[in-house]
Design a protein around this ligand. Sequence first.
Ligand code: FAD
Length: 544
Amino acid sequence: MKEFDLIVVGSGAGLLVLEAGLQAGWTCALVESGPIGGTCLNRGCIPSKILTTPADLLREVQAARRIGLSAPDASLDWELLSERMWAKIGKTAEMEESLRAMPGLTLYRGTAEFTGIKRMRVRPAAPGGQEEEIAGARIVLATGARSLVPPIPGLEEAGYVTTETFFGPRYPARPWPTLAVIGGGIIAAEFAHVFSAVGTKVSIIEMLPRLLATEEPEVAALVETEFRKSADIFLNKRAVAVHSADGRKTVVFEDVTTQEIGEIVADEVLVAVGRRPNSDLLKPEKGGIKTDRRGWIEVDDYLETSQPGVWAIGDALGGLQFRHKANADAETLVKNLFGPAEARRPVDNSVVPWAVFTHPQIGHVGMTESEAMAKGHEILVAVNHYSAIAKGYAMGYVPGAPDDGFVKVIVDKNGKILGAHVVGPEAALLVQPFVYLMNAGYVCPPLARDSNARASAAEVDSRAKPGALAPDSNAWASTAEKNPQPMPGAPSAAPAAAAVFDKEQTACPEAGTYFPIDRSMIIHPSLNELTGWAFSMLKPVKDD
Ligand SMILES: Cc1cc2nc3c(=O)[nH]c(=O)nc-3n(C[C@H](O)[C@H](O)[C@H](O)COP(=O)(O)OP(=O)(O)OC[C@H]3O[C@@H](n4cnc5c(N)ncnc54)[C@H](O)[C@@H]3O)c2cc1C
């Protein structure tokens, strides 16, 4: 049995930990059963955005008719789109070659499964290959997730695509004339956007009463209205059977409330109902590693599993599954494994943003209104529409139009941003500044923590915000009491050391609030006015 200092299973975010192990001079093994680079690079974010980006542009050009741009022949060239996509993702062989050349690294192409504590067997991916037994002093599980395929009678026989087979053997040479999408979440919405833009007649069958259940209801409603212009949407419908005849597929669905049966016929069926863990392949239980009842790997605040010396990161943990979140897990783990012991810090998933690259685009960070209420916050909410700002009007948005997107911000009574949601052009870009603000101020430079600096900051704030949200003197006093001493670890001196303190306890008085926006000029006339001006419209929401 070959023994390693570090075994990494999975070559998505796992590569970040592997790189640090190699730099530390450890003997390392990487086990990967699929394409090198993992889901994001080969079957997820990157190829899908190569397809959604031209689809966005097409929709913009079509919408721009109302502001005087006429391009009646605008259409998408599937062949060119596909060529660009495959050129970007067909790099597995190159990546594999460079990994094989790395000193200190052994690459195993196959599926790893636990056979005991910190012991694994690798089943070869290629037929005729040899099984190998390996052991690691440390093991990092970055095994991701894959499409969940529900047991719908007739589905296997009729055939279907998932994101794995779409970005693989079932990629269509030409767009299907008709496509039935089972599922109405983020992935379904992105595929529906792409295919409706290339002229496919798309039908979405969703079991819940609305699309995009993770989003604010009014955000999802706006996307639904836009989708309905070019797609058929069946909500509250459960797919119960699939048949195929003459090369076409019939999806039979049942109304969840009335049990009424309906059906649609399509050239292909895309199954996008959610993700499932890869634990059935990994057999973590044999390595002393606990999973939840669905198979997602359980970890503590430091990403360590129930088996000491075995950590897990990224999609394998379930919950929010985004590449930037998997990367953040990997970065925390690297700091904890390779950094000074006193800088060890728990993983911080308090602010995980995301975008849905559909039409219109969605940007999301933090809580929805109902989540904030359910957590017992006293909240204020504001909504600002694209049509209300000069740039929005220039882009053709008019008040009351069904496509008039908006930002919705949710803050607590102290001005702390709890959530921000944008639906409309550049939503991902517009939501990002909230992410920075929600993370700002949690490591106070010593200067800002002495009482004089506090007083002058208070003056600035009371000038800027005479309203109810200005931090009251009690709130400031209580923060001062919590932090009587200047904190060690100013960001410039030792950011990692400061991070070992509890986030809330190290917070500056205006940490995570929107107050910096109030103090700032906003470039006029730009889309930033959509988000920046929203705060002047905050209104308290009563719990009823
Ligand atoms: C269609 C689609 C679009 C997406 N778009 C976005 C987006 O725009 N933005 C975003 O942030 N996220 C997006 N995501 C999500 C993103 O791809 C994932 O969150 C991210 O790839 C997770 O990284 P990971 O390292 O945890 O897992 P992965 O990248 O999935 O890596 C896990 C790897 O482990 C391998 N593996 C699993 N089990 C074993 C085993 N037992 N032995 C050996 N190897 C094994 C797998 O083959 C896989 O390569 C998208 C996902 C999909 C499907």
